[in-house]
Design a protein around this ligand. Sequence first.
Ligand SMILES: Cc1cc2nc3c(=O)[nH]c(=O)nc-3n(C[C@H](O)[C@H](O)[C@H](O)COP(=O)(O)OP(=O)(O)OC[C@H]3O[C@@H](n4cnc5c(N)ncnc54)[C@H](O)[C@@H]3O)c2cc1C
Length: 460
Amino acid sequence: MDKQKLIASLNEIVGPDNVLSSEMDLMLYSYDASLDKAKPDVVVLPDSTEEVSKIMALAYKEKIPILGRGSGTNLTGGTVPIKGGIVVHFSRMNRILEIDYANRTATVQPGVITLDLQTEVLKKGFVYQPDPASQKVSTIGGNVSENSGGPHCLKYGVTSNHVQGLEVVLNDGTVINTGGKARDNAGYDITALVVGSEGTVGLVTKAILKLERAPESVKTLLAIFDAIEDGANTVSAIVAEGIIPATLEMMDNTVMRAVEETIKVGYPLDAACVLIIELDGMPEGMDDNASKIVEICRQNHVRDVRLAKDEAERNVLWAGRKGAFGSVGQVRPSYLCCDGTVPRTKLPEVLNQVIEIGKKYNLPIGNVFHAGDGNLHPLIMFDERDEDERSRVLKASTEILKACADAGGTISGEHGVGMEKLKETAFIFNECDLEFERQIKRAFDPDDIINPGKMIPANS
Ligand SMILES: Cc1cc2nc3c(=O)[nH]c(=O)nc-3n(C[C@H](O)[C@H](O)[C@H](O)COP(=O)(O)OP(=O)(O)OC[C@H]3O[C@@H](n4cnc5c(N)ncnc54)[C@H](O)[C@@H]3O)c2cc1C
């Protein structure tokens, strides 16, 4: 189908105001938070499931590549339309459709911003737990598709643990519903398959999410260490003691310095690393657990442990953590965020390897990550305009992911594979594993039009 006819057909479905095709628009939709870029042929902004279904049916009939887009904050090229085609931007489908406190569910459209939902339910003392650091801008559709995590996922699990049902538009425009408000469902668990499928099996048009009561009390500690190993060993020791804090986040000196230049949290700039340890739950027993944690920190040579004395101090600590990625722009103009996971006892060993890889490629690397989950986020800082530096960054990233896989871990904790880690899938899957994934993809999308070229490498 030629481009003008495609635009005319989309105009009929959503109205001309909701179809974008100028060079400027296409450039704006050519990138996300990864390093890759490619322009779509057209961008469409539907307002309902019915419109999404018609757009999908058109793409299917004409064999046009199509992908969904939330806020484009993914870090692996998930929304880069490498084969052109249609980008379906869900920004107009941003309504919270229902909050059912009795069943503890929220039913939302995919374009709802994660923090907007969290702010809304908190008014009634409830929480939606998954809290990616990008929650101020990222959408539920993106979180579902990437199976996003966040600091609180140590205790509460990642997005998949909080999705009870979905409405999904399949390749030919058919609309299916999976799961529901009931916690148990018969048949294949299609919800689980769609969550984390990186937008490769269908377009999500509705999600039924699990809500929980907000914790009655929270205690936030900042533990300051003079050696990374001590911080990392503390993480394993806390969990081994049988305490699962709500968060166990680590930030190293490089990142603390960058944060202090932008947010002014008061992190100790002469320390090797800090842990942000948050306990939540019933007030009873919390002081005991906090004391045990302080003791474990001492056994691991902590320099100091500070307790956030009020909500304002806690918010500042978190503002630093959540603003950390953006802050590294103080060091170099671009960064690549690696996302590998290791068994948490391997953290000291793999963090040392990350430091060595940084030296080998002469690149500054900062670490800010979900230490409790063993989910590393080495931020490799560079200048994207420098081709030589860029190629060293890619090599360093591959080596870091290999180190994670070799340590018994994996190549993605929460950011997905996208198009950036296709070759690294070989570190964790064999050809039979990958072929089985391809079969699943083909069952949903035999023509390979839905977000093609993502998550699963093509046949070698
Ligand atoms: C500063 C920063 C901090 C971050 N922190 C975290 C973090 O702590 N934890 C974490 O897990 N991630 C984090 N991320 C990564 C990113 O924010 C998450 O992956 C997030 O879930 C993406 O949401 P989005 O709305 O931007 O989705 P997009 O980037 O727009 O899309 C992500 C993927 O989902 C697909 N998609 C989107 N909507 C739909 C839909 N309705 N139907 C089908 N497919 C769809 C897209 O095709 C794409 O493959 C961070 C990113 C940045 C830039």
